[in-house]
Write a protein that binds this ligand. Sequence first.
Ligand code: NZQ
Ligand code: ZN
Length: 388
Amino acid sequence: MLGNFSYCNPTKLYFGKDAIQGLNEELPKYGKNVLLVYGGGSIKKNGIYDRVVEILKANGKIIAEDAGVMPNPTIEKVYEGCERAKKCNADLILAVGGGSVCDYAKAVSVSVYCKEDPWEKYYIRFEEPDNKIIPVGCVLTMVGTGSEMNGGSVITNFSQKLKIGKVFGEEVFPKFSVLDPEYTFTLPKYQMVSGFFDIMSHLLEQYFSGTDDNTSDYIIEGLLRSLIHSAQIAVNNPLDYEARSNIMWTATWALNTLVAKGKDTDWEVHMLGQAVSAHTDATHGMTLAAVSLPYYRFILPYGLSKFKRYALNVWDVDGTGKTDEEIAEEGLKAMKAWMRKIGLVMNLRDLGVKEEMIDGLVKSTLVMTGGYKVLTAEDIRNIFKASL
Ligand code: NZQ
Ligand code: ZN
């Protein structure tokens, strides 16, 4: 049965070729001081930086910069960003980059005026902001996280070996996001396919939970089919606009809160993957790819009917004359073949994990309760071992 919910997504999107012009509509709504946040420099190489600065200047903005946001952004970087935002008295934080830059911008937005340590308040105690929040806008350059239209903000504390995602409410969602599929054309293949798997994982985290007849699951199946189809086209030709734009739109829908409404969700794959990143700094989507199949094989007996449905409706497995277990297993096999074909990392060793690190990984893994099986520490250990 569909559970009760309220739904509102306040992020305004500008999608398509030259969507950057949307900034001209948005910027006049905010004060003069803009903190321009970006990563390690890809936007300077591909010209996006110049475009954004030109539009900011044309709109009379005073620009302060906060560069060097790293993949798996750290809490130390957030503290630094808060100082910069305070110093320039930021009226708007403009994030230009991938999920890391967008997540980081949200973390800074709620932390600048926070009187306590934001790591403790938001990421350990999961409290809500009760101070002024600086508005955030995004220009997305990497597809996968859905950060462009949600309140998620994942921050890493390497000294504590924790990578934690705080899901903030609507007041922290980006006020607007610019989504131009062509801005993603310069992504290296490794990042591109990592993002593709991140999208798949978001959809599966919300699909493999609950046993009721739920509209969301039908939407998820459609999004998965579109992703699987377009990903293959994009891998063969990264400049295929149709495929890249379909994937960009799928990524947004996969995690803009809609498909989670009224149903249980899991998120254990993300907890396993985030533990891996907290120890190795590995790329998010690849950590998910390395642990997903061992995890799904482990929980399959507890959610058999959904795994059977997944095989039939998403992977077009022919179920004639087969047991439910055989059908479900064929679905995972088809998923594995697709993962290999698009070039994902399929094991943790390739991400720098060694057997002796597993105890630490188990400690860093949060346990969720919305999936088909609540994992014990032993279960987690076995899944990591099987992922090596
Ligand atoms: O830093 P630069 O130089 O810009 O390079 C980046 C970075 O090295 C590069 N890149 C991005 N756009 C590019 C480009 N290179 C060439 N051309 C472009 N157009 O790609 C690399 C990865 O970027 P990053 O932002 O780290 O990737 P992604 O978008 O996958 O974000 C990952 C972060 O988002 C979090 C992850 O945990 C991870 O920390 N997530 C956020 C979520 C949310 N807000 O809801 C949910 C997700 O599950 C995810 O956990
Ligand atoms: Zn993810």
